[in-house]
Design a protein around this ligand. Sequence first.
Ligand code: KIV
Ligand code: ZN
Length: 415
Amino acid sequence: MTGDPYVRIFDTTLRDGEQAPGCTMTRDEKLAVARQLALLHVDVIEAGFPAASPGDWEAVHAVAQDIGTHNGPTICALARANERDIDRCFSAIQPAAKRRIHTFIATSDVHLEHKLRMSRARVTEVVAAMVRYARARCEEVEFSPEDAGRSDPVFLREIVGIAIECGATILNIPDTVGYTTPDEYAAMIAGIRRSVPGVENVVLSTHCHDDLGLAVANSLAGVRAGARQVECTINGIGERAGNASLEEVVMALCARRQLFGVETGIDTREIMRTSRLVSACTGIAVPPNKAIVGGNAFAHEAGIHQDGVLKNPLTYEIMRGETVGWDGSTLVLGKHSGRHAVRCRLEALGHQCDDAALDLVFTRFKEVADGKKVVNDADLTALLSGLGHEAPSITPVPASRARLRHLTPRTTSAL
Ligand code: KIV
Ligand code: ZN
């Protein structure tokens, strides 16, 4: 394992994320997301692919001008391994104080034969010439052997060695089609670290797609094997099944700090806000069960869980909602909920029940809950008025004691 404990977070929401069907963003939307990514403290923003369209050049240029300050993130953009793409890329990122050209070419036989129609020898020449070309313009050059995950490991190591020799400062190892497993991905990173001359002078990076649902696991395996940059996107958006999700990678490294022994510079409290903004700009909703940012990620409905969480959040939570900027209630009342949670919610709404009153309320609550997915505050209030004089021992709680919104006692937690 490398001695460097810092894992750089390279956000590619505005490039690989935007490539997902239906995820295109306007210049202004990209600017808004980039500003939020800067607040999140990502290390690198890949702002787009300037050769793809005049609009994308424009958006990357605007991000470089607006966010690329000395103490802001590095602004990066993508270029195929040809002079025109590299020139377009460099002119777009030029205004940024810290900038990076990211150039790539495929190295797997299937891509060489069917897409590029190039020999390995020709790819080798192109890599050498284009990495040199990019490095003559920009201090930071990242090289990616596309489809590394399905490339012949011997050829992959040869190409990576040439990229280093010709001036690449960051080597990204893409599992472009999400084919590898964590063991295989880690072995690929470890093999490069073990056998490529000069690798100790560059940063190794992960770039994993989620076709088999393994993007985050593969990225973390890459970190364990010595990668010190992770490429990822907010909400995991990206080509096909998406990229490794930034929030999942960051919170895994954070919640399991002892295991990984590394840190990131991310301000985790900005995660939820960033997720919502990306969802609003792309129109792609976040599924409720999505880790970290889904609507249910910090919600408990089952009575046994609610009782545990009310006694001590550590029973069913491995991180605090506040750590990732979660501002909602954590206890959801439904047909699985128990008396403890109902009593707490009533108190939060300003009503105190003795045991007999709670029995009455709870019976009625279960009847209502059987007919609805969620029993909200308005339902509870209606339920109380419906009981009328049948519930004489429900008394108002002084406002100072009524805990509105957060019902969970947050005195101890995992983070
Ligand atoms: O998935 C991929 O291979 C890419 C490269 C351009 C880095 O997105
Ligand atoms: Zn990709």
